[in-house]
Design a protein around this ligand. Sequence first.
Ligand SMILES: [Zn+2]
Length: 95
Amino acid sequence: MKPICPNCHSAHVIENMDNNIQGIAEDLFSPKLLAGIGASVCKYYKINPMIGMVAGGAIATVINLAQQKLIQPPLVKAALMPRYLCSTCQHSFSI
Ligand SMILES: [Zn+2]
């Protein structure tokens, strides 16, 4: 069922893509990526790469925990109420 704008009753409504924020954040702060960065930093400074991988993983865990607190509430809200944007009058609404 296509949503209709409650403001101007236009059917030219597009779904808001706010949900993509989580995917981008996960790519930026993935534990795998941070562990890799930690390992290469240690290689550069001639420290045991295992220490870097553990440190990177620990940093990723901290970031993920912070993200869950920062990003989760609005995302849960967005998941419960899909956002729509009217392309006729730019009115943003949820069903
Ligand atoms: Zn509208």
